[in-house]
Write a protein of this length. Structure first.
Length: 352
């Protein structure tokens, strides 16, 4: 039986660099405040009206496909993970297919909405397709354009300073080398605190999940007027919200748990890891996880300082950058792990 290998990696980040000092011009914050709480120094923002999650994904995909030694037409399935799609529907998978110029192949395209865990979830799904023999060249992409929907005022600083734009992609193929490729993946979720890291509107909930919140919906007897309504611009519920302390507390618990779950399943211990690539949510979280697993600095790759939190794109961007820097070598044991909105979390253990 085959396993799944990563045959090519690639990433793209926009040219525009936005520093903490740039954000100080539009909100009451400071470079020290942001660095102390998140480790972030700068992030990238895409060009309005010129770049989208799909266009960035296409740039990352072209690099990954070339590094895999393939032509675009060789891709036989697309998985696209994002929380900031070009359209509410259709999904970005078909838009990426069009952007790459391969619509004539009529391959399937799957969109995943698992936020920060989206890439790991997508990797697990792709792994099953590859191992079953259904597909041979899967393009898995994580791409985000957060800058299009953040609250750039003091009111929104607790969230807005954390996020950046970018895309990462991998090409997945079968391998018949014993003990190589994806060794195991593990996915989890707990929806108890779903609204503690969320964008509540637009949506079709009509206030059902938060009966004590006055969204300002029109009377129930009126047709429509739930997804988009007059008071939406006044109540600002289209901006993301986050209970930072709760997210931090959950993340530093679930990150080590799901990493240990993967190691245990594959018969390994933390010191066997050659490189841990955690989702780049917060440098403080990554450092806490590193300490709990007793991993030295050279075994953990972080780049949140440069790019901020790019949610579904953060792991493939970091993995690609680590590979380019020579930190991922053939035979290395690489661990990927993520935690995010939902809450959802997961891990993957790979023998490169």
């Amino acid at each position: 039986m085959s396993s799944t290998k990563i045959a090519g990696v690639g990433f793209y980040v926009p040219e525009q660099v936005v520093t903490n000092f740039d954000l100080m011009k539009v909100m009451d914050t400071s470079d020290e405040w942001i660095r102390e709480r998140s480790g972030i120094v700068e992030r990238r923002y895409a060009k309005k009206h010129e770049e989208t999650p799909t266009t960035m994904a296409a740039e990352a995909s072209k690099i990954a496909i070339e590094r895999a030694g393939l032509q675009k037409e060789d891709i036989d399935f697309i998985i696209f993970a994002t929380l900031s799609p070009d359209y509410y529907f259709p999904g970005c998978g078909v838009l990426l297919q069009r952007e790459l110029g391969i619509t004539k192949t009529e391959i399937g395209a799957l969109d995943i909405r698992n936020q920060c865990s989206g890439f790991v979830y997508g990797l697990s799904v792709a792994d099953q397709f590859i191992k079953s023999g259904m597909y041979k060249n899967i393009l898995l992409v994580g791409s985000e354009m957060h800058s299009m929907g953040l609250d750039f005022t003091t009111r929104g600083r607790g969230v807005s300073v954390l996020f950046g734009d970018g895309a990462g992609a991998v090409v997945l193929q079968p391998t018949f080398e014993e003990g190589r490729g994806i060794l195991t993946t593990h996915l989890h979720s707990d929806g108890t605190h779903a609204e503690e890291l969320a964008m509540l509107s637009p949506g079709s909930h009509g206030g059902y999940h938060l009966p004590d919140v006055d969204f300002g919906f029109p009377p129930a007897e009126e047709l429509g007027e739930i997804f988009v309504y007059d008071n939406l611009l006044n109540n600002k519920t289209y901006y993301p919200v986050m209970d930072g302390q709760l997210v931090f507390k959950k993340a530093v618990t679930k990150f080590p748990e799901v990493i240990m779950e993967a190691l245990s399943k594959a018969g390994h211990i933390p010191e066997d890891i050659d490189l841990l690539v955690p989702h780049q949510a917060n440098l403080r979280i990554a450092q806490f996880v590193q300490k709990s697993l007793k991993l030295p600095d050279e075994k953990v790759f972080n780049n949140i300082m440069k790019y901020g939190n790019t949610t579904a794109a953060s792991i493939p961007i970091a993995l690609s950058e680590a590979w380019e820097a020579g930190k991922v070598k053939e035979g290395d044991l690489v661990c990927l792990a993520a935690f995010g909105s939902g809450f959802t979390w997961g891990s993957a253990l790979i023998r490169w």
